[in-house]
Design a protein around this ligand. Structure first.
Ligand code: SAH
Length: 228
């Protein structure tokens, strides 16, 4: 019994290993992101620290530090590092800010925001992924304020208003509740479109007014309605 337990512990430790090779590959990834135009130091430092390979199925671990999206099960993907970096940068928030993420997925974007010192609330509509990520993040010592199994289209009124909201799936339209749950001065970073999306940033300039900026084309899995 005791031996079994030790073996399991050993296996788990092995699975959650972060080696010098991984660290070296991450440095290269950070350089790639800098070359692609990411300048925010907190974002780059978070990506440098987080073992992205542990957020992926073992079959894809070799690809963990290539700037690409990869499958994470349930027909979903872990976003491309550049996309995660760009969205985190576009939120334009300081340490301690209260952030709502729509689409927890693998939890990688959640980890980036937590590593940057944010208070993170994140919603996922796929029960399978929700359960997996809720168990996984604390193993790496990443503690979100709340991980919620729910529908991102309605946001999280009970915890609103937020200093920033980031949507990590392609939205066919901009959900009104998300705009309503921003503090004045806060931003909603949301890829809008069907086949491909335009990264769009809405800033709440007053209780009733929003400004809008666009930041180029991206490709996300769709933001789907209702839970599954
Ligand atoms: N942030 C994730 C990206 C995952 S891909 C990461 O870093 O890995 C987008 C995620 O959005 C998927 O997990 C998908 O299940 C989820 N999603 C799709 N529609 C949703 C909705 N309406 N509400 C919440 N999550 C949703």
């Amino acid at each position: 019994m005791k031996l079994d337990f030790l073996f399991l512990r050993y296996k788990n430790l092995n699975i959650l290993q972060d080696t010098f090779t991984h660290k070296g590959m991450r440095k290269k990834l950070v350089d790639t992101l800098k070359n692609k135009g990411i300048t925010n130091i907190e974002v780059l430092s978070a990506i440098d620290k987080i073992p992205r390979h542990l957020f992926m199925d073992s079959g894809f671990i070799d690809h963990a530090y290539v700037d690409k999206a990869f499958p994470i099960g349930a027909d979903q993907t872990i976003s491309q590092p550049y996309t995660v970096a760009r969205q985190s940068e576009l939120l334009d928030v300081k340490k301690g800010s209260k952030i709502l993420e729509i689409g927890t997925g693998s939890g990688y974007q959640t980890a980036v925001l937590l590593e940057m010192g944010m208070q993170v609330y994140s919603i996922e509509r796929q029960n399978e992924l929700f359960k997996k990520t809720k168990l996984f993040l604390p193993k790496l010592n990443y503690r979100a304020k709340k991980l919620i199994f729910g529908d991102g289209y309605i946001g999280l009124k009970a915890e609103a208003p937020f200093d920033g909201i980031v949507v990590t799936a392609g939205a066919p339209f901009v959900p009104k509740p998300l705009l309503a749950q921003l503090k004045v001065g806060a931003k909603l970073v949301i890829p809008v479109g069907d086949e491909s999306q335009i990264m769009t940033v809405f800033t709440r300039t007053s209780a009733t007014e929003f400004s809008k900026e666009e930041f180029g084309e991206f490709r996300f899995v769709p933001l789907l309605e209702d839970k599954n």
